[in-house]
Design a protein around this ligand. Structure first.
Ligand SMILES: C[S@@+](CC[C@H](N)C(=O)[O-])C[C@H]1O[C@@H](n2cnc3c(N)ncnc32)[C@H](O)[C@@H]1O
Length: 254
């Protein structure tokens, strides 16, 4: 069961099953961040919790790391598995929630939680991470945010009007709770990465359609209207600036 009490077999209730097809359009992670995560894994085994279609699982596997990709949305996991097979990568696809992976104890040199903490129960996932980590293994959480700029401010307002239930992404108490349960009171490190990006109107549409609070919530007519308004906002504000900030928080088990 995930945070919302949904079993992995209830496929219709995992909204990400409806997003798997276009998810590859989401911009990837910066090389420097992938490299840093690879260093944290120290050449060993990674358990990627909520791996999606593999935006980090695949680049980490390309660096020679063994990766278990844990993902409850079966369609997302299928896309990931097909891509891993096509490249002959060492990725094991695990159809499960992060709260209860079914993966053996003490297998992980790195437990990774990227752009997914806001979907998780931090208490249960903290206990699961503690169980999965080998002595000296690292727990790493990656959070993604968009830089504040006039286009993003206008877009945020537009999204809030279109779907008032759009989830706030800030859960700093969840982060603290996760680390405390997984690793006790060990101090954690924080590192930051930034990547500038400007989307074309077509890319803006593709990226908007990967968000759970857009197409699955608004339907096709609502989504098309929202995209048209977003494209107009970009024209008014000098382009669809999609500059991203990544915060990596990590610590090692004793
Ligand atoms: C925004 S995507 C991030 C995917 C990937 N980590 C990345 O950075 O590209 C969030 C993912 O978390 C998954 N997810 C949602 N609830 C989850 C849970 N309880 N356990 C594990 N994954 C979950 C979703 O199915 C989705 O694939």
């Amino acid at each position: 069961m995930g945070r919302r009490g949904v079993s992995v077999d209830e496929e219709d209730r995992w909204v990400f099953n409806r997003l798997a097809h276009g998810y590859g359009h989401r911009p990837g992670y910066p090389e420097a961040l992938v490299e840093r995560l690879s260093e944290l894994a120290q050449g060993g085994e990674v358990v990627d919790l909520g791996a999606g279609t593999g935006h980090l699982a695949l680049p980490l596997a390309r660096r020679g790391l063994g990766v278990r990709a844990v993902e409850p949305a079966r369609r997302m996991l299928e896309v990931l598995a097909v891509r891993a097979r096509a490249e002959g990568l060492g990725v094991e696809a695990v159809h499960a929630v992060a709260e209860r992976t079914g993966v053996s104890d003490e297998v992980a040199d790195l437990v990774l939680i990227a752009d997914v903490l806001h979907w998780l129960d931090p208490e249960q996932v903290g206990a699961e991470a503690r169980r999965l980590l080998r002595p000296g293994g690292a727990l790493a959480v990656v959070e993604v945010a968009l830089e504040d700029n006039p286009f993003q401010r206008a877009l945020t307002e537009l999204l809030a009007q279109a779907n008032p239930k759009a989830r706030s992404r800030s859960r700093s108490s969840a982060l603290a709770q996760l680390f405390a349960i997984a690793l006790g009171e060990r101090p954690h490190q924080v590192e930051r990465f930034a990547v500038p990006l400007a989307l074309t109107p077509e890319q803006l549409e593709q990226v908007l359609r990967t968000h759970s609070f857009v197409a699955p919530a608004l339907g096709e007519v609502g989504t098309a209207a929202l995209v048209a308004r977003a494209v107009s906002l970009a024209a008014v504000h000098g382009g669809a600036r999609w500059d991203r900030r990544f915060t990596l928080t990590w610590a090692r088990a004793g």
